[in-house]
Design a protein around this ligand. Structure first.
Ligand SMILES: Cc1cc2nc3c(=O)[nH]c(=O)nc-3n(C[C@H](O)[C@H](O)[C@H](O)COP(=O)(O)OP(=O)(O)OC[C@H]3O[C@@H](n4cnc5c(N)ncnc54)[C@H](O)[C@@H]3O)c2cc1C
Length: 502
């Protein structure tokens, strides 16, 4: 019997994962990717012997990766050469105080007690809550696929309101554990990964600092892109075909069926099922006939964006740890500026990554590779032309962001980075939109506020076009590399469950 065929639009983590599951079940799978290589946001590039992870730099939630690689028939340990990063982050505050988040409990105890006497006890209680949120959240939300309302709204879910604190504000909740505002920010800044301000986020997200400390932050040798390489190898051996430099212009729809895709070069391809891994709001806006749903999606809340700098440096800065976070005193204003005003904060919190501390081959000998990421609001309008008229001058914001990085590095005694740059590559929200078709240049897609979570997040099948499915960050369960793998498994399972139903 001729096997059923699936076209996947986009070779991001979610798309490749779904493709592997489908091919392993005997389906004929072809991935069309607009770029010249796989990975999507989990991208990399090299220049003059300096190697950069262009998107993700942190392997967090290792248990999720472990489970998802196992579901693909392999083991994470087999395909990735992992080292634990400990301390995970070095936090640097505006007053010069520093905190190394480490699983070494004696060191953590001494550091926390120096910030605020008695705060270590607060951390232990907070971690206990984070553990509960992680365990319940994974079991009841992340690993569940909410295909219909009754999968979500059921009596057995009522206790979740108490177990996960979805209605309690995350930052407000911190007062139960810490008084010192630096400690409150040290254990809530991770909300920005969800595209949220801790002042808006549900306390549920204490699961993030918990997993980072309890399960660790890891680094795959060779950088985050080695996860993409591992997935591509699994895909090829399962029989998945990749077509690169193949940008889909539209999805062909006839009534309630997707027929296939038409590429920008005019070629068209048919399939029994289409699975879109490209950012979901973009797919509705640009690849499907106009609908009320596409207008509705554009009005949803998007996560923030970032301005990223990639620097090749002609000397080594040994005082720069692998992951450094500069957390601003005006923490609340930072989030207001990014999330409400869609702007660059006056004194932004920012992140600096030095991958050669973890793997010396990431820079030539005697030199350094430095990545700086400055969170910023997403584009007010999606179109490039509209940028000036809506008051977002990205070139100016980029230059201001660069100065903020240089200024902050001085706290660590790094005063001359600007005069040791061999080259700079930078990305603004315009770059994120152009490279990966991310709506409004939002790096994490639709944000994860209560009304865009679980059953309320876009589902992984189109409501009217019955053989069109979705996978990736703007679908359930949401942003992040391991969650994209979960999303790939959910989408593939649903396709298999429904493909043979007439
Ligand atoms: C700066 C940054 C830092 C991050 N840091 C972390 C981190 O440290 N840890 C972590 O876990 N996660 C992190 N993330 C999030 C993580 O990268 C994403 O959630 C995840 O990679 C999204 O995968 P996805 O399946 O949604 O696919 P995407 O990465 O969105 O891939 C979709 C693919 O579709 C392609 N495409 C789009 N339109 C078309 C078209 N018309 N035709 C053909 N192909 C098309 C795109 O080119 C892309 O390759 C970060 C993201 C960014 C941007």
């Amino acid at each position: 019997m001729k096997s059923k065929s699936v076209i996947v639009i986009g070779a991001g983590i979610g798309g490749i994962t779904a493709a592997i599951h489908l091919a392993q079940r005997g389906l004929k799978v072809t991935i069309f990717e607009k770029n010249s290589h796989a990975g999507g946001r989990c991208d990399r590039f090299s220049r003059d012997g300096h190697h950069f992870d262009a998107g993700p730099t942190l392997l967090v939630m290792p248990l999720l990766y472990e489970a998802e690689f196992a579901a693909l028939g392999t083991s994470m340990q087999e395909v990735l050469d992992l080292q634990r990063v400990d301390p995970t982050y070095h936090l640097v505050f505006d007053d010069g105080s520093q905190l190394a988040l480490t699983s070494d409990m004696k060191s953590l105890y001494e550091q926390l007690e120096a910030f605020q006497p008695g705060s270590f006890g607060g951390l232990l209680r907070y971690m206990d809550e984070g553990r509960r949120h992680y365990e319940v959240g994974m079991a009841k939300l992340v690993h569940r696929d909410f295909r219909k309302a009754s999968d979500f709204f059921k009596l057995s879910h009522i206790p979740l309101v108490y177990q996960l604190k979805p209605l309690v504000n995350h930052y407000h909740n911190m007062s139960a554990y810490f008084d010192d505002p630096r400690l409150k920010s040290a254990f809530t800044f991770q909300d920005v990964y969800m595209g949220l301000s801790p002042f808006d986020a549900p306390a549920t997200f204490s699961m993030m600092p918990y997993t980072e400390l309890a399960h660790g932050v890891w680094y795959p040798r060779g950088g985050m892109y080695s996860i993409v390489e591992a997935l591509v190898e699994l895909a090829r051996s399962a029989g998945v075909e990749f077509e690169f430099d193949a940008s889909v212009a539209r999805i062909e729809v006839n009534g309630d069926r997707a027929r296939g895709v038409v590429l920008t070069d005019g070629r068209s391809f048919r399939a029994d099922t289409v699975l879109a891994n490209a950012d979901l709001p973009y797919v509705y806006d640009e690849l499907l006939p106009h609908s009320r749903e596409s207008d509705r999606l554009k009005r949803k809340r998007f996560s923030c964006s970032v301005i990223s700098f990639f620097w090749g440096v002609d000397k080594v800065y040994p005082q720069l740890p692998p992951h450094t976070l500069f957390l601003a005193d005006d923490y609340r204003d930072n989030f207001k500026s990014i999330i409400r005003d869609l702007d660059l904060p006056a004194n932004p919190s920012l992140y600096v990554h030095a991958p050669a501390r973890l793997h010396p081959a990431m820079a030539p000998e005697g030199q350094d590779t430095v990545i700086a990421i400055v969170p910023v609001g997403h584009m007010r309008e999606n179109g490039e032309q509209a940028q000036q008229s809506c008051g977002q001058d990205w070139a100016t914001m980029r230059d201001q962001a660069r100065e903020h990085v240089f200024r902050r590095l001085k706290i660590l005694g790094i005063t001359d980075l600007d005069s040791h740059l061999k080259f700079e590559v930078n990305y603004t929200p315009l770059s994120w939109r152009k490279r990966y078709n991310l709506m409004k240049g939002s790096t994490h897609g639709l944000c994860h506020n209560l009304t865009q979570l679980g059953y309320f997040r876009p589902h992984n099948r189109h409501s009217q076009i019955k053989n069109l499915y979705f996978v990736g960050a703007s679908t359930h369960p949401g942003t992040g590399m391991p969650t994209a793998m979960v999303s790939g498994r959910h989408a593939a399972q649903r396709i298999v469950d429904e493909l043979f139903v007439p």
